[in-house]
Design a protein around this ligand. Sequence first.
Ligand code: ZN
Ligand code: ZN
Length: 611
Amino acid sequence: MNNHHRTNAPRNQGNSKNTYNRIDHRRSDTLVYALGGLGEVGKNMYCFEHEDEILIVDSGVRFPEENLLGVDYVIPDYAYLVKNKAKKKVLIITHGHEDHIGGIPFLLKTVSISDIYAPRFAVSLINKKLEERKMLRSVQIHEINANSSVTMEHFTCGFFNTVHSIPDSLGILINTPNGRVVHTGDFKFDLTPVGTNADYQVMAYIGQIGVTMLMSDSTNSGVEDFSISERKVANEIFEIMRKTKGRLIVATFASNVHRVAQILEAAVKCGRKVIIFGRSMENVVTIGRKLGTIKVGAQHFITPEQLNTLPANKVCIVCTGSQGEPLAALSRIANGTHRYIKLIPGDTVVFSSSPIPGNGASVNQVVNKLFRFGAHVLTKSVLTNLHTTGHASQEEQKLMLQLIKPKYFMPIHGEYKMLKQHGATAMETGIPEENIFMCANGDVLIMRNGKVFPSSYRIQADDIYVDGNDISGVSTAVLKDRKILADNGLVAVIAAIDSSENRILARPMIVSRGFVFIKDSQGLLKEAENIVYHALKEKMAQRTTFSELKNTIRSTLEPFLYHKTHRNPIVIPVILNSKKAMEQMLANRNAKIASTTKTENRKKTTNTKSS
Ligand SMILES: [Zn+2]
Ligand SMILES: [Zn+2]
């Protein structure tokens, strides 16, 4: 079968005004580009390249959108790194969230990386990930903190603490031969943080010595003002715990380690025993307790069996599923299918989260089911401070820009509208528009003697879909075909030729599935057969090859079908090269058409929706 390759239209996310003067790079330049993280929230991967070295910052995954059925993860295309195998590669991790570390196993399978540098909490999570896949031996992992430095031949990196929803989050100062770059990692500013505070003085000092380019977190660039302090959320949760009479069930993100810690500590302070449900949450609590960021002793935890032996007001259940994920603990509780927890009237369910855009409907469904069981449900609203974000909003982004005072600015970590808005915010702080780079994955910036230019060169940086653990890209091709099949159907063209005499033996035959309703489209298909026939005849007047004939079929048929139906089915040309095969085909033809029409008729009566 011919594999049908379609390339998506180039995603032109660059500056719409196109005012950039793109240039070619020289050997002495430092290149900056993203393989993931721009135009999306997820699969962060930023690269700095100088001569024979590539410094990679973060290696994340993105979780697939709902329309990518059967896809487990989306990862960056590592092809460029594979192609540059001769260059030495070092990976630095800013913090332990999946959109920054989730791609590591896939990266290590594809690309040779000598060393990984990561802060403490991330190291534990990465170790666990690699241990589960028996890959721990393949790489050297070094723990770093704000006082560390990482030195390569062309790059030297220093670090500073930032505030984020997970402990041990770092921003990076990267000294390159062509200027200094600051990469913020994920950050917010919180003047009363839970956990380590941000290194304001260090950031201000870095700004003082001069920074060529700032790359900064854009996730919440659409949110005005200053975000709520995590401390306020902690107080609110404590108040609810104190006032609640019955059993408490609190759902939050496992990735928000500080929040999980606050919830557990508040529960214990209110005399409740705690229990965790959900694999990712158990994971984070185990590591958090081991590292001392979650200060709750073993005596405060109970087993599922002990759950029903304690009075309701002495129990706090902490679980995953705050986004309405169908397989998470909270959804199973709401459906009445949880192994250990049956809701009882008087239970209070607290959502310490807000729905990520797109999850609103599923969260709503879960909330409704919980109410139906008689539970009291508390969610974040204007009256409550049950959740705050881990990312800087506009005023905090301005503060970062003011502290670092960069000459050039590149918004990162966000969908296009977030990057664009962050650019506008940067302009407000005085950065000229021409010094702000709105890049897409694969766009290359050139650093040259303290100046930054966009390159005329682009790196391949498509999405790679991972089905299970396969990253060969096969599933990417399969899924693309599946999508086209689902949306547009399939058309097979069977043509019989005699290559010895260089002639067509009969008019080509067209068979389609899921494209048009055959019975109503005999005219269309006849016309299509005619067009293909004439195109082939013309082509065969000269010497030609099988693949040229197949291309001729596709290039004539695709535009014709699109013009007539506004669909782009997969076109599969089949060429038979013998008289005998042709005779066989013609003999089968009438019988086949008759049976197809019968099946279609049956389908039509049983399922009127099918087309
Ligand atoms: Zn993060
Ligand atoms: Zn992130």
